[in-house]
Structures are given as C-alpha cells and as structure tokens.
Design a protein around this ligand. Sequence first.
Ligand SMILES: Cc1cc2nc3c(=O)[nH]c(=O)nc-3n(C[C@H](O)[C@H](O)[C@H](O)COP(=O)(O)O)c2cc1C
Length: 189
Amino acid sequence: MSSYRIGYFVGSLSSTSINRKLANALISVAPEGLEFTEIPIDKLPLYSPDYDADYPPEGRAIKDAIAGVQAVLFVCPEYNRSIPGALKNAIDWASRPWGQNSFNHVPTAIIGASVGSIGTAVAQQSLRSVMAFCNARLMTSPEAYIHLQQGAIDDDGTINDESLKPILESYMVEFKEHVARVLTVLPRD
Ligand SMILES: Cc1cc2nc3c(=O)[nH]c(=O)nc-3n(C[C@H](O)[C@H](O)[C@H](O)COP(=O)(O)O)c2cc1C
C-alpha cells in the first residue's frame, strides 16, 4: 500500500485551540498510509520582502518542512470572517521568495472548526482563494465546515460526538485519494 507524508497546519496560536483538537481527531480517524507531521507557525516573525535575500532560520524551516512532505492539510479557524493572521503570515513566508513558492503543485486540503454555526465557511473560502493563487492542487470536494460543540472532541483527538466521526473519516479517505491522484501526475519525492 502507498504511504504519503502529510504536513498539517493548525491555524491557531491558542493553547486551547479547538482546531488543534480537530487536527488530532482527523489524524486519529485517517486511513492507513498517511503519516502526519505538524508544520508549526508560532515562531515566525512577520513576513517582509526585506527577508527575501536572506531568509532567517524560521523562514527556511517552514519551507524545508513543506519540501519534506508530499501534501498539506490546513485545519483553520475563522477570525473575523477570515484567515487568522498567524496562518496568513506563515503562508506568505512559504510562498516567497518570488519563484520559490513552496506550495506550487502541492496536494492540499482545507478544513476548520468554529464555535459559530457556519463552521469557518467564510475563512475557508478565503483560504481557498489564497491557496489557489499559490498554485496548490486543492481538494474541492468534500468541504467540511465543523460547528464544534463543547466536549465533542477531547484534546487528544478522541471524538465523543458519534455523528461527527463518520464525517471526519470520510473526509480523510477522500483526502488520501486526492493526494494519490495529484501525486500520480505531479510526483513529490
Ligand atoms: C479574534 C477572533 C475572531 C473570531 N471571529 C470568528 C468568526 O468570524 N467566525 C466564527 O465562527 N468564530 C469566530 N471566532 C470564534 C472562534 O470560532 C473560536 O474562538 C474558536 O475557538 C477559534 O478556533 P481556535 O480555538 O482553534 O483558535 C473568533 C475568535 C477570535 C479570537
């Protein structure tokens, strides 16, 4: 069976992030053949083109981390109907210097959880637009907008809400198929 290295972004710096819980839950129900590594975003300074000539270690680290995986998964909160600034900053770092965009052709999926009833739908559309510009190979379907109820997922990813489990399971099955499909024509070693 083929195995794929997945880098995942949690788009929140919160120590109690519900999106980190969601990421852990997604990993816990993922099909065999996916290996997950978090790509951290919390140490990055704010991006400026002034860094392009000589990226600092934090900037090189995020680009190296993406180069080391075959696909990426964004688990993204919604802040003020958009992408949290910390995540957008990380994407900006990874997309530059010009001509060295780390997301080019990378199989990518987006999911997110919020306490609001539309479950990050607006932020996800915003993130889709950003990642389309970055030329990532986006999984367009299924979409998953998770309105997370308190206690639905434990910190370690244990899913207590039985209605949520099959949604996350099938999302990850589809994600693996998307990764396999994209890598067939755009391999990443
Ligand atoms: C600055 C800020 C803006 C927020 N804006 C939204 C929003 O636009 N839509 C929404 O559904 N929830 C919003 N929320 C509530 C978040 O859904 C909630 O804080 C959630 O826990 C964020 O995910 P996280 O815990 O992974 O950081 C906002 C929260 C913060 C702190």
